[in-house]
Design a protein around this ligand. Structure first.
Ligand code: NI
Length: 401
């Protein structure tokens, strides 16, 4: 069944495409990194100034939450667009490439802001069709700065009747204009760890007179892989990578210490906790066997991003009505990246979906990926994003007849 009001969204978003693209390019030229994004925040406030929205401005970050009230009362829905760029020199050669040395919107968050502002405009013209409130959450600091967590802690999203939260993320590696989603875990939890083994340094010719941490470090690197293959269910995927190992200075000295750093990716809180515990156990056990002391530091990153099943079905239905069922794709496997929208989805039911934006004539598998200095997003996909954002709000806050 086609829902008439949703079907009308795509032509409306198409009609607004010039404005969406112009705003996106303005943001793209002026990228800012982290939690403090004064230029971006002002650009957002200017862009939505005429829509009659009530603003909640964070006092500790550049977050903006704009309230859009429907004609009738009802519950609250959150739409999120992140705003921050990456510390990277842009090499795309685009006419609207970054004008800021060493900063680039390489994850497409500029497109998220432009699409969310575009959706706000469509929704503001359709207040009669809304029973409830849309919170347009323009979020800084997604790229490792925990911006969503700060907004939650500050109470910016503390409404009592939130029935859902939705975010789109653009990707150059999905076919342009497609909406890609899955129920359950969609992105990993990403934690980092650091291990320091301390023994006793000495002459490389007399290991018995020293206590060498290097062989123990090597044992740990292989033993922690066994944690994953022997102790964690093969049906609950996880990754543990020792990405840096450092010890010693030259060929004839046994170093006093060895250091390792790496990342842990997981898709459930149970497995995440389990890997943390087992990493500590393996390290301390091997260190003890070698009479070394061991320090293990695990820094928790973003939690698992989990899409609610019912809400994901809603997103699929809306996207089918808006962009066409043939452009709604089920992602088979979760992605190993991480997202701080996970904090929002841990509090409220909702979903994150990927908007395909692979450039025309490029194989999605070969396209420069998000976070590359060469990534290019097909701007034609933005209208699909605008319409999908707006559609999820309209569908969630539909007045009862
Ligand atoms: Ni991103």
């Amino acid at each position: 069944m086609t829902i008439p009001s949703l079907a009308a969204l795509m032509p409306e978003a198409d009609a607004a495409q010039e404005r969406t693209v112009a705003f996106r390019r303005k943001l793209h030229q002026n990228p800012e990194i982290g939690l403090d994004l004064p230029v971006t925040r002002q650009a957002v406030l200017d862009e939505i100034a005429d829509l009659g929205l009530t603003l909640r401005l964070s006092e500790t970050t550049s977050a903006v939450v704009a309230e859009l009230d429907g004609a009738q009362p009802g519950p609250t829905l959150i739409l999120r667009g992140d705003m921050d760029a990456l510390p990277l020199q842009e090499d795309t050669g685009l006419p609207f490439a970054s004008a800021v040395e060493g900063a680039m919107h390489a994850c497409g968050h500029d497109t998220h802001v432009a699409m969310l502002a575009g959706a706000a405009r469509l929704l503001a013209a359709r207040r009669e069709e809304l029973a409830g409130r849309v919170l347009l959450f323009f979020q800084p600091g997604e790229e490792s700065y925990h911006g969503a967590r700060y907004a939650l802690e500050e109470g910016l999203l503390d409404d009592t009747d939130v029935i859902g939260a939705f975010a789109l993320h653009i990707s150059s590696q999905f076919e342009s204009g497609t909406i890609n989603v899955r129920s359950g875990p969609i992105l990993a939890a990403a934690d980092t760890f650091r291990v320091v083994l301390t023994g006793r340094g000495g002459h490389a010719s007399a290991p018995h007179a020293a206590n060498d941490p290097v062989p123990a470090a090597c044992e740990i690197v292989t033993a922690v892989q066994t944690v994953l293959s022997r102790r964690i269910s093969t049906f609950d995927p996880a990754v543990l990578t020792v990405a840096r190992i450092a010890a010693g200075t030259t060929s004839n000295i046994i170093p006093a210490s060895a250091e390792m750093e790496g990342t842990i990716r997981s898709f459930s809180e149970e497995t995440r906790d389990d890997i943390h515990t087992r990493l500590r156990t393996v390290v301390s056990g091997i260190a003890a066997a070698h009479e070394l002391t061991a320090d293990v530091d695990i820094t928790p990153g973003y939690p698992v991003t989990v899409n609610d099943e019912t809400f994901t079905d809603r997103v699929r239905g809306v996207a089918s009505a808006v962009v066409g069922a043939d452009r709604v794709v089920d992602i088979e496997n979760p992605l190993m990246g991480a997202e701080d929208f996970s904090y929002v989805l841990a509090k409220y039911p909702g979903a994150m979906a990927f908007l395909g934006a692979c450039p025309e004539g490029v194989d999605p598998d070969l396209a420069a990926p998000n976070h590359s200095n060469l990534v290019v997003f097909d701007e034609r996909s933005l209208a699909s994003g605008v319409a999908t954002y707006a559609g999820v709000a309209l569908d969630s806050l539909r007045p009862t007849a």
